[in-house]
Design a protein around this ligand. Structure first.
Ligand code: PEP
Ligand code: MN
Length: 409
C-alpha cells in the first residue's frame, strides 16, 4: 500500500526542510479524521470510559494493530525527515512518534529540542502524510503541541504518577478532543492509571487510549520495564479503552522486541508503539532499543497477527493466570508465616515441657476448617488433605525444635 492509499493526499504549498518550496503530500483532513477516529474508545459520551462494561470481541476491528513508530527523540531536521520518509514506506505504520521534551534521569543528558523539534516534526508530517504524536508533560507543552498541529499526544509514565500534573494537562486540553494516549505509571498501580483516564474523561476528552510500557521492578529482569501483562489486561477489562503496547520501553533492547511484540499481539493488544531511528546507534536517547525502519519491516513481517477472537481468549487467560500466580504467592507467604508462628509455639512447648501434638485441639481445628470450607464450596477431602499436610509439617518442625536441632529463627 502506498502512503497515498493510506491517508489520501492533498497537494499543498509547503517548504522543504532545505527551504526550497516543494509539492508535498499531506493527508486529507477527512482521512486523518477517520484514522484518528478509530482511536475513539468503545465507550461514547453517553457511555464513557470508566464504566465497567467489558470490551466486546471484535467490537472495533479497525483499531486492531495500529503501528506507531518513530524515534525516541526528535534530534535534528535530517534525522526526523529521513526516519519519517523511510517509515512512510512501511504500510503498517499509521502514525509517527517523536519526543520533543525528554524526561531524563540525570540533568546533563539530552532533554529534547523543544519548540524547534516541533517545527521539524511538522515538516515530517507534511513530507510523508503521517500523522504525528508527541509526549506532553506540562500545559506549555500542550499549547505548543497544538500550535504545531500535533495529531495525538501521549502522557509519559513519569507524568502519570503525578495526579497534579495529569490534572493540569487535562485542564489544558479541555475543549479539544485530540486523541490522548495514557502510558502506564512507572509504578504498578492500576488505580493511578485509571485515575488519569478519569481526569481526562472528566475534562471532556473522549479519544483516550492506554499505552502499556512496563513497570519499574525491584528484581533483575531481562526487561528494562517489567511487563506485568495482567495489569494492562485488567485495565482494559475495567475501562473500555484501546490498548497499545510500547514494546521498546518494555524491552530496553532490540533483541527482545520481536518476541515481546508477538506476546502483545497474542494478548490482543490493539496496536504497537516501536521506536525507530534512521541510525539507532547514533541516537541521543534510548539507542539500545531503537531499530531502523528496515528492521521494523522485518519485525512486522515476522509477526503473526491473530484473530481478535482467539486473542481475547489468550488475554482473558493471561489475566486469570496472573491472578493465580498472585494467589499462589500469597499462599506461599501465608504458609511461611504459619510455619514461623508454629515454630514459636514449638519453642514455648519446649520451655514449658508440653507435648508437641495436642490431639484434641487439632481434631477440633480440622473439623472447624472442614465445616467453614464446605460453606465456601470447598470439598472436605481437599481441606483434610491440605491441613493434614500443613499440620504434619508443623509437627515435624516442632519436633526438631524439641530435639534442639533447630530454633525458630
Ligand atoms: C518515550 O516514549 O520516549 C518515553 C519517555 O516513554 P516512557 O514515558 O514510557 O518512559
Ligand atoms: Mn524512548
Amino acid at each position: 500500500m502506498t502512503n497515498d492509499m493510506r491517508l489520501g493526499t492533498e497537494r499543498t504549498d509547503s517548504f522543504h526542510p532545505s527551504g526550497v518550496p516543494m509539492e508535498s503530500t499531506v493527508c486529507g483532513q477527512q482521512e486523518l479524521h477517520n484514522l484518528l477516529d478509530v482511536l475513539r474508545p468503545y465507550g461514547t459520551a453517553r457511555n464513557p470510559v470508566g464504566v465497567t462494561d467489558i470490551k466486546q470481541a471484535d467490537s472495533s476491528p479497525a483499531i486492531t494493530n495500529i503501528i506507531i513508530a518513530g524515534p525516541c527523540s526528535v534530534e535534528s531536521e535530517d534525522q526526523i525527515i529521513a526516519t519519517a520518509q523511510a517509515l512512510a514506506q512501511v504500510p503498517e505504520v499509521k502514525m509517527l512518534r517523536g519526543g520533543i521534551w525528554k524526561p531524563r534521569t540525570r540533568p546533563d543528558a539530552f532533554e529534547g529540542r523543544g519548540e524547534q523539534g516541533l517545527v521539524w516534526l511538522r515538516e515530517a508530517k507534511l513530507a510523508t502524510g503521517l500523522p504525528i504524536a508527541t509526549e506532553v508533560a506540562t500545559p506549555e507543552h500542550v499549547e505548543l503541541a497544538l500550535k504545531y498541529e500535533v495529531d495525538a499526544l501521549w502522557i509519559g509514565a513519569r507524568t502519570v504518577v503525578n495526579p497534579f500534573s495529569v490534572q493540569q494537562l487535562a485542564d489544558a486540553l479541555r475543549g479539544t478532543d485530540i486523541p490522548v494516549f495514557i502510558k502506564n505509571p512507572v509504578s504498578p498501580d492500576l488505580n493511578l492509571w485509571m485515575g488519569a483516564f478519569e481526569r481526562f474523561q472528566k475534562a471532556g476528552l473522549t479519544r483516550l487510549a492506554a499505552i502499556h510500557r512496563g513497570f519499574a521492578y525491584y528484581k533483575e529482569t531481562p526487561y528494562r520495564n517489567y511487563p506485568m501483562w495482567e495489569i494492562p489486561i485488567e485495565l482494559t477489562r475495567r475501562l473500555n479503552v484501546p490498548l497499545i503496547t510500547d514494546v521498546s520501553h518494555i524491552c530496553g533492547n532490540r533483541e527482545l522486541l520481536q518476541a515481546t511484540a508477538q506476546k502483545a499481539l497474542d494478548l490482543a493488544t490493539d496496536g504497537l508503539m516501536i521506536e525507530c531511528h534512521i541510525n539507532p546507534d547514533a541516537a541521543l536517547t534510548d539507542a539500545k532499543q531503537q531499530i531502523t525502519p528496515d528492521e521494523l519491516k522485518v519485525l512486522l513481517s515476522n509477526l503473526t497477527f491473530r484473530s481478535k477472537q482467539s486473542c481475547n481468549v489468550e488475554r482473558d487467560l493471561a489475566g486469570l493466570r496472573g491472578e493465580i500466580d498472585d494467589i499462589d504467592s500469597e499462599l506461599l507467604q501465608l504458609l511461611a508465616r504459619r510455619m514461623e508462628v508454629s515454630a514459636q509455639i514449638g519453642e514455648y512447648k519446649k520451655r514449658n515441657n508440653v507435648t508437641v501434638v495436642q490431639m484434641d485441639r487439632w481434631k477440633k481445628i480440622l473439623a472447624d476448617h472442614v465445616a467453614t470450607g464446605e460453606e465456601m464450596g470447598l470439598s472436605p477431602i481437599l481441606i483434610n488433605k491440605v491441613f493434614e499436610a500443613i499440620h504434619q509439617a508443623s509437627i515435624e518442625r516442632q519436633g526438631r525444635i524439641m530435639e534442639n536441632e533447630e530454633d525458630s529463627h
